[in-house]
Design a protein around this ligand. Structure first.
Ligand SMILES: [Zn+2]
Length: 324
């Protein structure tokens, strides 16, 4: 297996890990692709060729989730090598319905929960998936193979099983080795980065999905996780416990804010959370960070509402929350 960190125009992430597996006939299977950009393609092809691998011989590309940094370069690679494309059935539905309308759902919730229409529209226009909307539209025309729980696949000479890991995206998948020791987990568990969980439809509860996914992986007993960014995770249980603790702390922080201040909109809560960022105030946040902060705050509030710990009521033009 070759791990190829492919350049990304997202500074905090630096690179996305693409994993390449070769077979005796020189054909290649990939887990994930990078973002569709000239620099990403050049760096990826250069590294493959340096390792004696032929990018024209890519046979299958297994995409863990639909986000731009994992899926969009697959369009170029498919055109180059005729590779077959695979993705979880849930994330294919997002691409099929239009990634723009998926992001639109989140932005609509931002407005309903207290953000001004003007700020929300600017966030929408600057969202990376909206900027690459044409690429996603072209991806709909490609023939996709949909993956579901327990499907068996082959990476190089090794057998893997598909497991569904929703939360970070609705149809996120992982690939588990047949002996149960290795997991390709996309962005579900990352070292030193807290994977983003946001909400696009108030009927969903993505944080609950994500926490269930973390418990599921914890119980698998895998020895190593090959993630979508940064280094391998050689003690999965330790990292999963850290992530579980992080969300528990954030849920507690939100309840504390509501107990102290009474009724607040989601927007007011998002501004009060102590995000780990280097900006001193909300107005300094780049639009991508505002998307993450608002989406994350609402995902936690939805979780608390379903758990019966907060109520959501209309306050004038928007919804606001109160602790019970
Ligand atoms: Zn990613």
């Amino acid at each position: 297996m070759y791990k190829v960190p492919v350049w990304l125009p997202i500074k905090s992430l630096g690179a996305v890990n693409v994993y390449a597996f070769s077979s005796d006939d020189g054909s290649l299977d990939l887990v994930d692709s990078g973002i569709l950009s000239g620099r990403s393609i050049t760096s990826f092809v250069t590294v493959l060729k340096r390792g004696g691998l032929d990018p024209c011989k890519i046979r299958n590309i297994y995409i863990t989730h639909f986000h731009v940094d994992h899926s969009t370069m697959s369009l170029f690679l498919h055109r180059l090598s005729n590779a077959r494309l695979f993705i979880g059935a849930g994330d294919y539905r997002v691409i099929e319905k239009g990634v723009e309308s998926f992001v639109r759902g989140a932005v609509r919730l931002f407005i309903e929960h207290g953000m001004s229409r003007e700020e929300a529209e600017t966030i929408f226009k600057n969202h990376p998936a909206v900027r690459l909307a044409d690429t996603y539209r072209e991806l709909i025309d490609v023939e996709w193979n949909l993956l579901r729980e327990d499907d068996e696949i082959t990476l190089g000479k090794e057998k893997y099983r598909v497991i569904e890991l929703p939360g970070h995206t609705p149809g996120h998948i992982g690939l588990l080795s047949s002996d149960g020791s290795k997991l390709f987990s996309g962005d579900v568990v990352l070292e030193r980065i807290t994977p983003h969980v946001t909400i696009h439809d108030w009927r969903d509860n993505p944080l609950k999905d994500y926490l269930d996914t973390l418990y599921r992986i914890k119980n698998l007993g895998v020895k190593v996780i090959h993630p979508g960014h940064r280094e391998d995770i050689t003690d999965p249980v330790r990292r999963i416990n850290e992530l579980l603790e992080h969300h528990k702390t954030r849920l507690g922080e939100i309840l504390e804010v509501l107990r102290k201040e009474g009724r607040l909109t989601g927007y007011e809560i998002a501004k009060r959370i102590k995000w780990r960022v280097r900006y001193s105030g909300w107005n300094e946040y780049p639009y991508a960070e505002r998307f993450f902060a608002m989406g994350e705050a609402l995902a936690h509030l939805r979780y608390l509402e379903v758990e019966g710990l907060v109520t959501r009521k209309t306050c004038g033009a928007s919804y606001c929350f109160a602790s019970i």
